[in-house]
Design a protein around this ligand. Structure first.
Ligand SMILES: Nc1ncnc2c1ncn2[C@@H]1O[C@H](COP(=O)(O)OP(=O)(O)OP(=O)(O)O)[C@@H](O)[C@H]1O
Length: 228
């Protein structure tokens, strides 16, 4: 079976007067049920790599396959569909839509993919939020929730279309230590019990050591791969 994510010399250079190298020659392979950390100093290209893997940005050279499919020839519509069906995103700041309730925020990616009926979408959004301990908060808006609760809504939203891959950029970066541990354990559970693959950018080396593998970037390149 092909890996879920496979890159070959993935590179992103910004065409400025003095070109800026964000990601350089990154070759990696991420299989099912893997929990992978991406670490590195500030400005080393961690977020840029995650954006490339998430089809939110395009490489200037190199290849990226998602679920065995080369993403190079895909048009924007296909990229968007691949993103919606194959990946969920969790960012440091939750990016929930402020005017919508927790449940509506989780419903949005399902509405975009249009695989389920309205009533099924509503039911699934509720189930996801309940499974993340948010039963009492389904109808609250983000500003009525704590930081940890908001981040759990963001995790529920990332799971909406049941994607095999979750890409997380500092998912616990803005949380206190208790909420941070809670969100980490949820992510760990998703890998161990639900078979998801997670790539998470983190500054927290203790947390990274609890994952399966750590990819350490320096100046946009893989400097080291450390087993967890
Ligand atoms: N649009 C842009 N224009 C110019 N430089 C950019 C742009 N986007 C990113 N960079 C630069 O590219 C480098 C990599 O940025 P990136 O955000 O990927 O690093 P990072 O490792 O995630 O950093 P941090 O840990 O601080 O979030 C940085 O030096 C950044 O300043």
């Amino acid at each position: 079976m092909s890996p879920l994510i496979e890159t070959e010399r993935l590179t992103r250079i910004l065409p400025e007067t003095v070109p800026v190298t964000l990601v350089k020659d990154v070759t990696l392979s991420i299989g099912e049920k893997e929990f992978v950390a991406v670490t590195g100093p500030s400005g080393s290209g961690k977020s840029s790599l995650l954006y490339l893997l998430g089809l939110l940005d395009s490489p200037t050279s190199g290849t990226l396959k998602i679920g065995g499919r080369d993403t190079g020839p895909m048009d924007e519509k296909e990229r968007s569909r691949t993103r919606l069906s194959m990946m969920g995103f969790v960012f440091q700041f939750h990016f929930l839509l402020p005017e919508f309730t927790a449940r509506e925020n989780v419903e949005i990616p399902m509405r975009k993919l249009r695989r389920l009926e309205r009533s099924q979408i509503r039911e699934r959004a509720s189930e996801l939020l309940i499974s993340l301990g948010l039963a009492e908060h389904l109808d609250k808006r983000p500003d009525q929730l704590s930081g940890g609760q908001r981040q759990r809504v963001a995790v529920a939203r990332s799971l909406a279309n049941d994607p095999p891959i979750i890409l997380a950029d500092e998912p616990t970066g803005s949380l206190d230590s208790k909420s941070s541990e809670q969100v980490f354990e949820i992510l760990q559970h998703l890998v161990r019990e639900r078979g998801k693959s997670i790539v998470a950018v983190t500054h927290d080396l203790e947390m990274a050591a609890r994952m399966d593998r750590r990819i350490h970037l320096v100046d946009g390149k893989i400097a080291e791969v450390v087993p967890g």
